[in-house]
Write a protein that binds this ligand. Structure first.
Ligand SMILES: *[C@@H]1O[C@H](CO)[C@@H](O)[C@H](O)[C@H]1NC(C)=O
Ligand SMILES: *[C@@H]1O[C@H](CO)[C@@H](O)[C@H](O)[C@H]1NC(C)=O
Ligand SMILES: *[C@@H]1O[C@H](CO)[C@@H](O)[C@H](O)[C@H]1NC(C)=O
Ligand SMILES: *[C@@H]1O[C@H](CO)[C@@H](O)[C@H](O)[C@H]1NC(C)=O
Length: 500
């Protein structure tokens, strides 16, 4: 039984002792007992599907708990920033947005010890034999543009899985995929080589790379020769030598944030296809207590090896039994239909703008009218019709995605239908507020107004953002982007060893 439903019943039972209410509670109990077997964490599984490959939802739910098989179609263009003009062999990083890759051609991404030295020697050697730099300039690396030579078969780790934080963004990778073998949690180079070893040695080379997200989506690709064609290489703009070239440039970071904010709603362009018919998520293991440390942020950190074994086995089986490229049903489209249908209405119903019980119930009934047969009122049938609105015969039945979606729509429809029978205004609002808390849709975190063209709705995306940006997201321009205590842990970033 859904927890929201239990809470609803709890409060209903304690608030009402009238015979009428007891009858209603009885009816609700019968309905829930009759509904298909409950799915724990259905809300989180639904949200994982909805947020997958989206910069927005993945940033809110930054501790990804799920692994999906992913395909990047042949001819998709990806970018690599480097301090070398030579083609890459791999394992190495590729970004979906060129600004993300360019960041790694910056001189300060070159490595703390050799950057200044390299800059001077490179200047004396004459800047790729073509342009003599002015004395006040420091050279930058190269932007390499690649296209996929074939469909790339990837393992997608959801959330901000490329964020080197200690807040749980690496939990699923480090505990499940890497089985606690990564010694230094900031060493992404080790993750890249370990992942490629697993893919080659344990998984029969069925996976070409890892797909993750930070300020932008990225691929760690194991073998560039086999999988990519380089189609272009460009020299980056020289840094002005004003003594500050070794420090991250605010203007460039802001440009990168603006670019990836355009992908809040999805990576776009069919650049990634996920398999939603078969995926592995920590939310599907009832023995894993993910919310022990925080009610809002799931962790895999403090769970025993023994408890994690089944999930590790299932990840292995996912890869061995399925091809990333196999056609799957797009359940994300269905989560979009459901969220766009209900998100505004639910928020409206708790806004108290409808300030009488009759007005509120009339409006809730309007939402349910398509599911009510007025010749033949039937509480159960009305909920079932409502919950099945977006279910069709072409959908695979009985998969995790299908059960999670059905469970979430049943919660929504049960709460709304039950609200028509409640006697007190406050209890209607409270039951819908509980539903909202349970659903926890990330569309409800959006900035209060539409941002201007020089602004973005600024939220913490590793490594940037403040506590205030998380609690109260606002449109920000470059000048007022950041102040106050940082959201992410303050451990030093050892990012200089990886490049895009
Ligand atoms: C994970 O590591 C443990 C030792 O810590 C080992 O016993 C187990 O076999 C490993 N599991 C996998 C799937 O490699
Ligand atoms: C925001 O501004 C700070 C300094 O004011 C800068 O360090 C940081 O990179 C900026 N962040 C973005 C995303 O532009
Ligand atoms: C979880 O952490 C607590 C201390 O924070 C520790 O006492 C406990 O043993 C840990 N549990 C597991 C399963 O590691
Ligand atoms: C940021 O600055 C713009 C004007 O430059 C202003 O409209 C906006 O309210 C500011 N936002 C915050 C959160 O301070």
């Amino acid at each position: 039984m859904d927890s929201v439903y239990l809470h609803f019943l709890d409060s209903a039972v304690s608030l009402y002792n009238s015979p009428e209410m007891r009858l209603l509670v009885l009816v609700l109990l019968i309905v829930s007992a009759a509904s298909s077997s409950p799915l724990q964490n259905a809300n989180h599984i639904f949200n994982a599907i909805h947020s997958s490959m989206r910069q927005w939802g993945s940033s809110w739910n930054h501790n990804g708990m799920s692994f999906f098989l992913a395909t990047v179609p042949q001819h998709t263009v990806l970018y690599h920033g480097s301090h070398s003009i030579e083609p890459e062999t791999g394992p190495n990083w590729l970004a979906f947005e060129p600004e993300h890759a360019l960041w790694f051609a910056n001189i300060w991404m070159k490595g703390p010890s050799d950057s200044a030295h390299a800059a001077t020697t490179e200047r004396h050697s004459g800047y790729s034999n073509q342009v003599i730099l002015k004395p006040e300039e420091v050279p930058r690396g190269w932007l390499h543009t690649y296209e996929a030579a074939r469909d790339l078969r990837l393992l997608y780790v959801d959330g901000i899985s490329a964020g080197k934080s200690v807040m749980g963004t690496l939990d699923s990778q480090d505990r499940i995929l890497f089985n606690d073998t990564i010694k230094d949690s900031h060493d992404d180079q080790e993750r890249a080589s370990t992942a490629c070893n697993i893919f080659r040695n344990d998984w029969g080379s069925r996976i070409d790379g890892l797909l993750r997200m930070e300020t932008g989506f990225e691929v760690i690709l194991c073998d560039f020769d086999r999988n990519m064609h380089r189609i272009n290489v460009l020299r980056g703009k020289p840094h002005p030598e004003n003594g500050n070239f070794a420090k991250p440039a605010g203007g460039e970071m802001w440009r990168l944030y603006k670019v990836i904010a355009e992908r809040f709603g999805g990576i776009g362009g069919g650049r990634v296809q996920l398999n939603y018919d078969h995926f592995v998520t920590a939310y599907n293991y009832p023995t894993l207590d993910l919310f022990k440390e925080s009610a809002e942020i799931p962790r895999l950190k403090n769970l025993s090896l023994k408890l994690l074994e089944p999930m590790k086995r299932d990840l292995h089986r996912l890869v061995m039994d399925n091809d990333p490229g196999q056609i799957s049903y797009n359940w994300q489209d269905i989560t979009d239909l459901i969220i766009t249908r209900y998100a505004n209405d639910l928020r409206y119903f708790v806004s108290r703008k409808l300030d009488t019980k009759n007005a509120l119930q009339l409006e809730i009934e309007r939402v349910l009218l398509p599911f009510i047969d007025f010749d033949n009122r039937d509480f159960n049938a009305e909920i079932n019709r409502c919950a099945a609105q977006f279910l069709t015969a072409s959908q695979p039945a009985g998969t995790l995605a299908s059960v999670a979606v059905k469970s979430v729509t049943t919660s929504i429809c049960t709460t709304l239908r039950s609200a028509l029978d409640l006697k007190e205004y406050n209890n209607i609002v409270a039951s819908i507020q509980e539903l909202i808390d349970y659903l926890a849709w990330t569309v409800w975190r959006e900035c209060p107004q539409k941002c201007q063209s020089d602004e973005v709705c600024f939220i913490p995306i590793w490594p940037g953002g403040t506590v205030e940006d998380r609690e109260n997201p606002q449109c920000k321009d470059r000048a007022n982007n950041s102040s106050g205590p940082p959201y992410w842990d303050k451990r030093p970033l050892v990012e200089t060893t990886n490049s895009h």
